[in-house]
Design a binder for this molecule. Structure first.
Ligand code: AMP
Length: 459
């Protein structure tokens, strides 16, 4: 049994309950089930067979969520396509993914040719879900060609555990073609929840409206989205549980969220290549114990997680099989994957992440490591600073020097005093050599701070 069987079971009870809401569309369970079968029929009529690659170039709409499930229903290999970058890159990605078909939503983008999502539905022919399928996910936040992580189905037992959670009204804020949005959509369908889709590009005004109108009691953010909501003049009061993750969460902001919403903020640590690595449940975060605001929690009991020379390595059912077109992890490293994150465990098994290895700033006469994340977290505790990103700037004498990109709340900030505060808190090594004030920090396709883009200004 795969998750598709369980989703179909859910959609076959309580016909009139809301299943998926997005934009102007509101689908009941019965309507969602009908459309799911129609989309599967449309795919097979056009010749899609088990094992075929189907690329989807779609935004956050109810139809697109069901399209993704339909590809799995017929046993296809679902290939997510990022909303950007340029046409040539997208075409190259499609080629590299070796797909047999492309489905596009022209309302989302016109850069690719393919079958139009709106024309795809055929007849609502009931069918038994294929026993296996695959998903190919692009890694976010990269320039040039993203890597394509392949995840396979067939892990019996995992879906059932997820499906046993109670139904909720879930607001998903990230792209459904990226790990977090896709995972949220699947969880919502599995649990028989109402899935409410935020727009493909997050905006806090819409969030505030949807949270109120759809009586949301569970929502999923990457940290910068949560910060925007917290800073919004109409930020909702306690009403929902939160799942936040996908990028470093500043302890100060986590504290603020808990003060605003109560002890309801769960943090997850995962990545495109390895989902659900660790989790910090809301109940274990204690405002009087600062470490509990810094940790990403304990490892998922189904996953093996180790640190080797400071790098976090993972193995288990939520780790990808490998990159498309490359040897599998099983073949190269006995299933182990180096996350590229640097971290350590404390004696109680809580994991702390220092930085991504590519964000570490190697500086000074002895080429020591400056963990940019420590700086980012500290800077936002200073008056007037709303967001901060420390990156490496090439420097003849130091190798790399610390440069700060800051977003202020409009007040004047004084660089000398910032530098003094940093040195007093974190030591001489962390001393920033330059800074730039920006109206906002650039973000990746999924809404995380894009440090690569910031670094590229120095090249
Ligand atoms: P992506 O593959 O684009 O989803 O990015 C995954 C990366 O985001 C991870 O390798 C981590 O560097 C970072 N990340 C994800 N979750 C967390 C978290 N809870 N805390 C800190 N960093 C995180």
């Amino acid at each position: 049994m795969t998750y598709v069987d369980l989703v179909l079971q859910r959609l076959s009870t309580d016909d009139e309950r809301d299943a998926i809401v997005g934009g102007d569309t509101r689908l009941t369970r019965a309507q969602a089930r009908d459309l799911l079968f129609r989309l599967a029929d449309g795919l097979t009529r056009r010749g899609v067979e088990r094992g075929d690659g189907v690329a989807v170039y779609v935004g956050n709409t109810p139809e697109a969520v069901l399209l993704n499930v339909a590809v799995h229903l017929v046993g296809g290999r679902l290939v997510y396509v990022p909303p950007e970058p340029g046409t040539a890159e997208l075409k190259a990605l499609i080629e590299r993914a070796e797909v047999d078909a492309v489905v596009v939503d022209p309302e989302f983008g016109t850069q690719l040719d393919g079958w139009h999502l709106q024309d795809l539905p055929g007849d609502p022919v009931e069918r038994t879900p294929a026993p296996d399928f695959a998903t190919v996910m692009y890694t976010g936040g990269t320039t040039g060609l993203p890597k394509l992580a392949v995840h396979r189905s067939g892990k019996t037992g995992l879906w059932e555990t997820r499906a046993s959670r109670p139904p909720m009204n879930i607001l998903s804020n990230t792209l459904i073609t990226h790990g977090s949005g896709a995972g949220t959509a699947m969880t919502a369908l599995l649990t028989g929840s109402k899935l409410v889709l935020g727009p493909s590009k997050f905006d806090a005004d819409t969030f505030v409206r949807l949270a109120r109108d759809e009586q949301i009691n569970m929502t999923i953010f990457v940290p910068p989205m949560m910060y925007e909501v917290l800073d919004h003049p109409d930020c909702p009061g306690p009403q929902f549980h939160v799942m936040v993750g996908g990028a470093p969460l500043a302890p100060k902001r986590l504290r603020q969220a808990i003060e605003k919403w109560g002890p309801v903020v769960n943090q997850g640590y995962g990545m495109t290549e390895a989902h659900a690595i660790a989790m910090m449940p809301a109940a274990e975060v204690d405002l009087d114990r600062p470490d509990t605001l810094r940790t990403v929690g304990r490892r998922n009991p189904l996953m093996e997680v180790e640190t080797r020379d400071g790098d976090v390595w993972v193995r288990g059912p939520f780790v990808m099989e490998g990159y498309w077109g490359e040897p599998t992890l099983e073949e190269t490293s006995d299933g182990w994957f180096n996350t590229g994150d640097m971290g350590y465990f404390d004696d109680d098994g809580y994991l702390y992440l220092n930085d991504r290895s590519k964000d570490v700033i190697v500086t000074g006469r002895t080429s020591d490591n400056v963990y940019s994340r420590l700086l980012d977290d500290f800077l936002v505790t200073l008056p007037g600073i709303r967001q901060a990103a420390a990156v490496a700037q090439p420097d003849e004498a130091l190798g790399e020097a610390v440069h700060l990109f800051l977003v202020t709340d409009g007040s004047d900030v004084d660089f000398d005093s910032i530098r003094d505060s940093v040195v007093a808190e974190l030591g001489e090594l962390y001393q920033p050599r330059g800074f730039t004030i920006l109206p906002q920090l650039p973000s990746t396709l999924v809404g995380k701070v894009d440090k690569r883009k910031l670094r590229s200004q120095f090249r």
